[in-house]
Design a protein around this ligand. Structure first.
Ligand SMILES: C=C1C[C@]23C[C@@]1(O)CC[C@H]2[C@@]12CC[C@H](O)[C@@](C)(C(=O)O1)[C@H]2[C@@H]3C(=O)O
Ligand SMILES: O=C(O)CCC(=O)C(=O)O
Ligand SMILES: [Fe+2]
Length: 373
């Protein structure tokens, strides 16, 4: 089966714009207002002065490189991704493909312990690295969700908020995804696959420092042909919104992530290993009755250097009922835009669709927000 892959086309504009950078160490009421503003305008922002220890991030990153540097046959032992596990090029079950390989992990401790055996030669080390990382980013996600609730002025604003309670729940369905976008422009060697690379980069590897700004420039010289062969901007991870509540993404210093604030416009997100990129998921858009936006994004695999991203997707328990918060509704003026659903129902819908399909549209009511009508 031949599957058409989305590619950047001539009609797409690339805008220069920086995402809001929010300093979590400033006064709480200010942070919460800035976060709310960012979620309404962009659905995406970066955070600095977060409390996730650098060694926890570095340890997770090292384990991740350790895995992706293994030969393909060994990586397949952790596959196929159904949906959790190792996947290469195929994403989901409905024909999406991209220049990416990944590990999708449930954040549940039992499941990580089991998986680790097929992922690492030192499963305990791997399991510890993943558990510590998850604990830290979940903490960060909860903190941000509590700040959002405060900024929105929804009741029960004393933490835990109605948002963070969902991902604090023991039965939460959160995921951790490790994405590796192999370099596409590589030394002319004889390896048949673009996924072959022999050495994992480390922070001390400065071989490529002269390419530092490469990923800021390629977006302007599109070589537009309607296939996915243009080596400068192949799709790594096709456009989509994240279905969950909140995503906390960390990448190495290689760019590729782009967000689409409006149709046909793509804004590159500059990579920064010391910040986390946070984005609103579909469930949070529904709970805030559309006040916060779950924005389309994608990742291009276009660099000389491998990109690696680690995404934590904070999700509710499967049986949780998701509805627009009553406090955010004004009868006649701001009616409910989404029907109630359980996370299990939403997930089922998501997995029946392609990456680029809108899932939230399936749950829209007939109502229209007066402001946007
Ligand atoms: C094509 C698909 C992959 C995906 C499930 C889906 O059917 C549609 C949503 C996709 C997505 C995007 C964000 C996350 O990476 C992800 C894990 C998720 O929850 O929804 C993936 C799913 C996946 O890769 O399993
Ligand atoms: O790798 C990236 O930067 C984006 C990944 C992503 O959007 C996802 O895993 O859902
Ligand atoms: Fe995503």
């Amino acid at each position: 089966m031949v599957v058409a892959t989305q590619v950047p086309t001539q009609s797409e504009k690339v805008k220069e714009m920086e995402l809001p950078i929010i300093d979590l160490s400033i006064e709480r009421s200010k942070v919460s207002n800035l976060i709310v503003q960012a979620c309404e305008e962009f659905g995406f922002f970066k955070v600095i002065n977060h409390c996730v220890p650098e060694f926890v991030i570095k340890t997770m990153e090292a384990e991740s490189w350790g895995f992706f540097s293994k030969p393909g046959s060994e990586k397949q032992r952790a596959g196929p991704a159904n949906p959790c596990g190792y996947g290469s090029k195929t994403i989901g079950f409905n024909g999406d493909v991209g220049e990416v390989e990944y590990l999708l992990l449930s954040t549940n401790f039992q499941s990580i312990s089991q998986r680790s055996k097929t992922i690492s030669n030192d499963p305990i080390k791997f399991r510890c690295a993943v558990s510590s990382y998850i604990e830290e980013v979940r903490g960060l996600a909860c903190e941000i969700l509590d700040l959002m609730a405060e900024g929105l002025g929804v009741p029960h604003t004393t933490p835990p908020s109605v948002f963070s309670s969902l991902i604090r729940d023991v039965d939460n369905d959160s995921l951790l995804r490790l994405n590796h976008y192999p370099p596409l422009i590589k030394d002319r060697d004889t390896s048949p696959s673009p996924f072959h690379h022999t050495h994992a980069p480390s922070s001390t590897n400065n071989l490529h420092h002269h390419h530092h700004h490469h990923n800021y420039h390629h977006h302007h010289n599109h070589n537009n042909n309607n296939n996915n062969n243009n080596i400068n901007n192949r799709i790594g991870f096709g456009e989509h919104t994240d279905p969950q509540i909140l995503t906390i993404l960390r990448s190495n210093d290689v760019g590729g992530l782009q967000i689409s604030p409006e149709d046909g416009v793509w804004v590159p997100v500059s990579p920064d290993p010391n910040t986390f990129c946070v984005n609103v998921g579909d469930v949070l858009q529904a709970m805030t009755n559309g006040r916060f936006v779950s924005v389309r994004h994608r990742a291009l695999a276009n660099s000389n250097k491998p990109r690696m991203s680690m995404a934590y997707f904070g999700a509710p328990p499967l049986h949780s009922r998701i509805t627009p918060l009553p406090e955010l509704l004004i009868p006649g003026f701001r009616p409910a835009l989404y029907m109630p659903f359980t996370w299990a129902e939403y997930k089922k819908a998501a997995y029946s669709l392609r990456l680029s399909d809108s899932r939230l549209d399936l749950f829209r009511t007939q109502e229209r927000d007066v402001e946007t009508a």
